[in-house]
Ligand binder design. Sequence first.
Ligand code: NAD
Length: 541
Amino acid sequence: MLSRVSRARAAVPRVMAARRFTLNTTTTSYPTDHIKEGTEPYITPSFQDGKFFQSAADKWIDIHDPATNVVVSRVPQSTHAEIDAAIESAQNAFEGWKNTSIIRRQQVAFKFVQLLRENFDRLAAIMVTENGKTWDDALGDALRGIQCAEQAVNIVNDLKAESLEVATDMETKMVREPLGVVASIAPFNFPAMVPLWTLPFVFATGNTCVLKPSERVPGAAMIISELATKAGVPPGVLNVIHGQHDTVNQILDDPRIKAVTFVGGDKAAKYIYERSAQTGKRCQANGAAKNHMVILPDANKAQAVNAVIGAAMGACGQRCMAISVLVTVGKTKEWVSDIIAEAQKLVVGSGFDKKSHFGPLINPSSLTRAEQIIDDSVKAGAKLLLDGRGYKPADPRLAKGNFLGPTILGEVKPGMRCYDEEIFAPVLSVVNTETLEEAVNFVNKNPFGNGVSVFTASGASAQYFTKRIECGQVGVNVPIPVPLPMFSFTGSKQSFLGDLNFYGKAGVTFLTKPKTITSSWKQDLIDGEILSPSTSMPVQK
Ligand code: NAD
């Protein structure tokens, strides 16, 4: 019987013999409009040993343009042998990459940044096509990922060893070494940014990776793979596999994978975190969210109104840091009519249309679910202040898209679905409170802890808020307070499972393990003289 490793080796030639090809977009050639009905869907390749190849899968998943529901591409449920071979390839590449000089890895990181910037529009185009984002929002998605790649070029500083002369002629040095093969499992809503939260740091720290992009939006990950290879990431250091639960389960059960970085919904986050622990893997899992914005009466009204609309409706509400609950304090409940008036002006439509403020939901079931939550919440007593159901963009080509207009629910209370669940749609729930203290206590009762913000002109109120609020990322007059990657993405409570957050110092610590080396080079050793051996632990007097 073949061992697990031999079986994987046997699988490699079969995978690699399959048809190889390049991607259907280039730096200068990419979609700038929706793909027409009747166009042959693109076959998304897999990526192993620095090459794209067509999977031998017998199960394929259709990827629809969410604005038209035309099938634009297909992605495989990678076969067991393909996943096994991808992990084996990453495992084989580890020793060589780990021992590549850090200066060389830093050069690769520099080149990777340059190529990502040159392919900015191409990355945006694939995200508009597969995810439905507007062009500018897709550029923002790519930019936040590129900023992580830029931070990773600092690896020579982040990985500096610590050392101390701990006794006469004795020194202890602590270095941080890479873990081995790291698996990255990504969600649909940030197709470029989330893989780039991890990959640049994986490369820079000397790890290797098996990436599983979301089966709904794999295109950006494929472009990133091409660019990583062009930047000098050696074959096997990054492999891309596809699929759903079966792929994830195989990753979680494979002992060659040492760590899992996951971003997605809370059910999957909990499952993946717990199963990783059972199989002895390090895991960081970013999950779902329910983010509140608190507006105090001394806030600048125009700034607060604009901020809440942008943060609640932008990206069709499909951001883990979207503001989904507005908490008014005192008289700011009167500002809700301004928020409604401004929200009504938003244009919902094609991501390729510069006039659109946001696009469609990812798929018809997300639309049906959001509509059902609105319905159930109204039945439970919420007041429908702005109803986006049945929204039809002006462009007739978008008649079958998953569109929901801006929706605002008032008099919302815990116990209503719109408050208890992450809707992930352009739906804002409004809760009224009388004091800052009441608002803080209300927000703190929510089990999620991704982001929160307060709008105020008072430093004292901001200080009160930031000290007492139990949430990982806090904004003061900043609606979506995601820190740049010199810091970490510090979601907390039920929005994050693990100890070390993504990117920044914590991200580098997650991807490395400490090793201490204690050396003694005595000056007064006399060759041949055997002193009495010490059998006790050293005692300091
Ligand atoms: P999802 O959980 O459905 O999928 C995420 C990934 O997990 C995908 O690759 C998917 O194939 C896989 N997956 C899903 N269910 C699984 C299961 N039961 N077993 C194994 N694998 C499974 O999430 P999504 O819908 O793609 O993304 C939206 C969610 O992600 C939202 O809840 C959002 O808040 C969250 N998110 C969180 C952050 C954050 O940083 N906290 C960032 C982005 C998105």
